[in-house]
Design a protein around this ligand. Structure first.
Ligand SMILES: [Zn+2]
Length: 293
């Protein structure tokens, strides 16, 4: 719990209105922070900035420990679909940079790195979870355990990616400044995060799948542009990425929205079928430095 008055992580204003009370009862654990956790709608205390509209969690400020101890077998089980998704992302990157060095921050078990290496990029990943880093190491993928900035990763990169990470950190502006420091002057920075102003988010309200304990910062296009520009980035392209899921995974997720008595067993063979889903509720921003002096 932070006793100081919270300030907006995007614009620095201290005019934050309480919009949602915390759902936490008792102590949280790494389980609440798993990538595939689906306690949708359960969050810490959320406040909205009166100046810029950014929504942030104001009672969970020591989240790093949860990521270090995180284990997520279900995430590894969906590796095939996630790989297709990461290949699409690498294709986007290739439109702007065909080769070079790439740093993936929050690399997980190295799925994106694997896809990028297959296209000839020289890759490095940084991942806080010891378990996920181990999974990457078992596949000989160059992912180091820890946080960014990392003492073993001091060089600059042609490409830095931050995919579904910024919504998990308490100091997003500091993180972006560090990214800029390690990005080559002609480098590109690729960021993906859920869009709290998307139609899906508006229609579902707090039932939206991205409202969860692990998400402590809720961006939309405007707040993302704001924080990026303050950190010294210019957005050169906005894309709404598709995600790939197996039909079985989607079935289970869909059923979680229904009352218990309406749920049924999802047939196992659906695991084999992967489909793209574009709910247009994610933002992918391709950025460059706005001033290289
Ligand atoms: Zn603000």
């Amino acid at each position: 719990m932070n006793s100081e008055k919270p300030v907006c992580w995007v614009c620095g204003s201290d005019e934050l209105d309480l919009i949602k009370r915390s759902d936490a009862s008792g102590t949280l654990s790494s389980r609440n922070f798993a990538i595939t956790n689906f306690d949708y709608g359960k969050t810490g205390e959320l406040r909205k900035c009166r100046q810029c509209g950014f929504i942030q969690c104001t009672d969970l400020d020591r989240v790093v420990q949860y990521y270090e101890d995180l284990e997520d077998a279900e995430y590894e089980n969906t590796r095939k679909e996630r790989k297709i998704q990461e290949e699409k992302l690498v294709k986007v990157i290739a439109r702007f940079k065909k080769s070079g060095s790439l740093l993936d921050i929050g690399a997980g078990s190295g799925i994106m790195i694997e896809a990028a290496m297959e296209r000839g990029y020289e890759c490095t990943g940084i991942e806080p979870s010891k378990w996920l880093q181990q999974k990457a190491a078992e596949r000989n993928l160059p992912v180091v355990q820890g946080l960014f900035p990392h003492p073993q990763v001091q060089q600059t990169f042609d490409i830095i990616s931050l995919v579904d990470v910024i919504e998990h950190v308490t100091k997003p502006a500091d993180l972006l400044v560090s990214v800029r420091k390690q990005l080559a002057d002609d480098g590109i920075f690729v960021l993906v995060t859920p869009d709290v102003s998307s139609i899906a988010a508006r229609v579902l309200g707090y039932k939206w799948w991205h409202y969860r304990f692990a998400h402590i910062g809720y961006f939309n296009r405007k707040t993302l542009e704001h924080i990026l520009s303050r950190a010294g980035f210019r957005i050169i392209r906005f894309i709404r990425p598709s995600w790939y899921f197996s039909l079985q995974y989607l079935g289970i997720r869909f059923l979680s929205f229904l009352p218990q008595f309406m749920r049924f067993r999802v047939p196992g063979f659906l695991q084999k079928i992967s489909v793209p889903v574009n709910l247009r509720d994610s933002l992918l921003a391709v950025c460059e430095k706005n001033d290289t002096r």
